[in-house]
Design a protein around this ligand. Structure first.
Ligand SMILES: [Zn+2]
Length: 341
């Protein structure tokens, strides 16, 4: 049972690494972030072995006995319900349909709470803003487009099937230059993720580079695959390259436009933009593009209070947790759920 000397671990399973964070009963992070390879493609047993290593590292780093860890928060890069992964997972085959939460609880002998990575990152951003007491919507462009929603007080909202806040798959009312709706990784057409993600950047870049106006562009030189060229787009945008800026500007506008509809559903008060863009030197510019799209679609009341025009009704902030946000969120969630102190 948890007691005064109890600690709570947050374990964030990603495609390549597991990040792990420990908090004490006073909600203070103790010891350094631990990081190990996730080995998710080798099956969940291989990853469980790595989670053991991560928990050992946390205990050593904090100078505590491993047995003082009294609860675990776990997040996985896949939708799950009641600790069982549903599918569409970038994991080894045996993860899907397995009671991951139950098996890990049995293996470690402590209670485990499990959610997806988007919810976990939203919980982390919430935990890192102790002065904020309202709700929080996280929208995080990365390889795909994740999202998460935290209710006032700090509980994540997961929906009936653990599938709430799949914001990457809401419908965008725009078409490509050729009149088509871009195909999404989920199989649908016209999803937000098909406009705002690394995958979307690749498609946009391929389309743009085929145009005569960019024939002499540096990214058109050589026979580097477009997948690699897309990784360079951020660097080009940071240097003010017109093509890269144009692509990110369109992406930011579409993102802001769709956030307006998310805000109309959730009225979160605070929208946090996560993902790697938070680390770029053109992020202020990117935020103005998000705002342009948001203003296009959001009613004025979602921007300024009708009673006090100086009062902003929907604030936008960049994520502050970096790639540790999800692990932090899960450590705090484990503390909240499993502490009896
Ligand atoms: Zn989709």
């Amino acid at each position: 049972m948890a007691n005064d000397a109890s600690y709570f671990a947050g374990l964030d399973i990603g495609g390549t690494t597991v990040k792990a964070v420990l908090v004490n009963q006073l909600a203070e992070q103790v010891g350094p972030l631990a990081e190990v390879r996730s080995l998710v493609k080798n099956g969940y047993e291989a990853t469980f072995g790595q989670l053991d290593n991560a928990l050992d590292q946390l205990a050593t780093g904090a100078g505590i006995a491993r047995s003082a860890i009294a609860g675990i928060g776990l997040d996985v890069p896949a939708p799950s319900s009641d600790g069982v992964i549903w599918g569409r997972a970038n994991l080894g085959e045996d993860w899907v349909g397995t009671d991951i939460r139950g098996k890990l609880a049995a293996r470690t002998g402590v209670p485990v709470h499990m959610t997806n990575d988007g919810n976990a990152a939203a919980l982390g951003e919430y935990a890192l803003r102790p002065a904020h007491s309202g709700s929080l919507l996280l929208v995080a462009p990365g390889t795909g487009l994740g999202g998460g929603f935290v209710l006032p007080g700090g509980s994540g909202f997961e929906g009936a099937n653990g599938l709430a806040l799949e914001v990457g798959h809401i419908s965008v009312p725009f078409r490509e230059d050729d009149g088509e709706l871009p195909l999404c990784s989920c199989g649908l057409k016209g999803c937000l993720e098909a406009w705002v993600s690394l995958v979307a950047l690749r498609r946009r870049l391929r389309l743009e580079l085929a145009k005569p106006e960019w024939a002499d562009h540096a990214l058109n030189a050589g026979d580097t695959p477009v997948e690699e060229k897309a990784f360079k787009l951020r660097e080009f945008a940071e240097q003010g390259d017109p093509l890269a800026v144009q692509i990110f500007k369109q992406q930011g506008f579409v993102l802001g436009y769709c956030i307006a509809d998310m805000v109309r559903s959730l009225d979160p008060g605070l929208v946090v933009i996560g993902g790697g863009l938070a680390e770029t030197s053109f992020r202020d510019l990117y935020m103005t593009w998000i705002q342009e799209g948001f203003i296009e679609r959001a009613w004025p009341v979602y921007r300024h209070s009708p009673l006090d025009p100086d009062q902003v009704t929907t604030r936008f902030e960049w994520a502050i947790g970096g790639d540790a946000a999800a692990a932090i969120g899960m450590a705090y969630t484990a503390l909240e759920r499993f502490s009896i102190g």
